[in-house]
Ligand binder design. Structure first.
Ligand code: PLP
Length: 397
């Protein structure tokens, strides 16, 4: 028959990308849209990194590299893991991929068998359940309420574990909440993971974007037992404003690295050779630009937090990392606008973009349908303008 893949047809297209695309479309039509949808830094890739890529092209570094990445990039990743994360990995434990999403795909294809369950704390980054399902796994959601700062507890994970559980995804700093797990929270979760014999996928993509006195701790660094069962996942996309270059990496056991290498050898081969040179410079070169970007993000974060706190009907916890504010709109949803109850954040997002020219991310696809994600990876000027518009809307209700 001509029936298409049921698995592929069940995939939900990424709604964040759809909203960002719609905002861009309206902008092209000449409308002055403020887009709070951004999932990427608004800064350009730093020059030292760009220059390394240009050199690579001129030097003819434009051929296949080893599937799992160049030795020099793996060494740079090992050094970063050691100095930044207090994690000891050899180069044979590193796999360089085509971005964080690709690393996650490799991981789940390497560890899951049909029907294996993966615990996903909710709210979650919307790609996790889809990537798990594409690898024949079953997502199991555990809700982390606002009262618990949107962070799951070890007890909740313990309760969700059964003989089918294969892994837990732990994303810290978190997208969409900006929350960071503390050392003691991680210790308790690690204990449950060890006791129940499951893997931990530690997605630390936002590890460099940490503000105030919050501390980023890698769960794999806590002890040998949790190290063995953790796959630590990061990349250069968010930390170095390199989303378009597509470089991600993992640190894992040699055994899992080998499996991911085999999978990648048939699916994509090596990540782009030029981008690997650029990523090597990102990790080995000056980190000054990271600090400059972080300072700017931090200023915007503080401004957003104080503005939202002063608005009627909505509120948000202060994010500790990443570049998102996770805003509770539940009270707004009960209000009437233009004769109808607003009801859902999808409807709310539609009102905001059509009538107030502000694009926001409704978080139904992140597991929290009464919350909205506002990114502060946009200019301060746009943040001010966008928040003014949201405030104007709220005052009408
Ligand atoms: N992990 C999280 C939590 C993310 O938010 C993202 C990007 O939005 C990624 C991973 C993937 O990053 P990349 O662009 O390198 O695929």
């Amino acid at each position: 028959s001509l029936e298409l893949s049921r698995k592929a047809q069940a995939v939900k297209p990424s709604s964040t990308l759809a909203i960002t695309a719609r905002a861009k479309e309206l902008k092209l039509q000449g409308l002055d849209i403020v887009g709070f949808g951004a999932g990427e830094p608004d800064f350009n890739t730093p020059d030292n990194i760009n220059d390394a890529a240009i050199r690579a092209i001129h030097d003819g570094f434009t051929k296949y590299t080893p599937v799992s990445g160049t030795e020099e990039l793996k060494k740079a990743v090992c050094k970063k893991f050691k100095t930044f994360n207090n994690l000891e990995y050899g180069t044979n434990q590193i796999v360089i991929s085509n971005g964080g999403k690709h690393s996650l795909t490799n991981i789940f294809e390497a560890i899951l068998n049909l029907g294996d369950e993966v615990i996903i704390p909710s709210p979650y980054w919307l790609s996790y359940p889809e990537i798990v399902k594409l690898a024949d796994g079953v997502p199991v959601f555990v809700r982390a309420s606002k009262e618990q700062s949107y962070k799951v507890t070890a007890k909740q994970i313990e309760e969700a574990c059964n003989e089918k559980t294969k892994a837990l995804i732990l994303n810290t700093p978190n997208n969409p909440t900006g929350m960071i797990y503390t050392r003691s929270e991680l210790e308790a979760i690690a204990e449950v993971a060890i006791k129940n014999d499951i893997y931990v996928i530690a997605d630390e993509m936002y590890e460099n974007l940490v503000y105030g006195d919050s501390e980023q701790i890698s769960i794999a660094s806590l002890n040998d037992e949790i190290y063995k069962r953790t796959i630590t996942c990061s990349g250069v996309s968010k930390s170095y404003a390199m989303t378009g270059w597509r470089i991600g990496y993992t640190g894992s056991s040699v055994e899992i690295a080998k499996l991911m290498n085999s999978i990648q050898s048939h699916q994509t081969s090596n990540a782009n050779s030029i981008a690997q040179k650029a990523a090597t410079e990102a990790l080995n070169g000056t980190q000054e630009t990271v600090f400059t970007m972080n300072n700017e993000f931090d200023k915007r974060r503080q401004y957003m937090v104080s503005r939202v706190a002063a608005m009627p009907l909505i509120d948000a916890l202060t994010p500790q990392g990443a570049f998102y504010l996770f805003v509770d709109f539940s009270e707004v949803l009960t209000k009437v606008y233009k004769g109808a109850v607003i009801g859902t954040t999808d409807k709310l997002a539609e009102i905001l973009i059509n009538d107030f020219l502000v694009a926001v991310i409704p978080c139904g696809d992140f597991g929290f349908d009464d919350h909205v994600r506002l990114s502060y990876a946009i200019s301060m000027q746009n943040i001010e303008k966008g928040l003014d518009r949201i405030e104007k809307f709220l005052k009408l209700l």
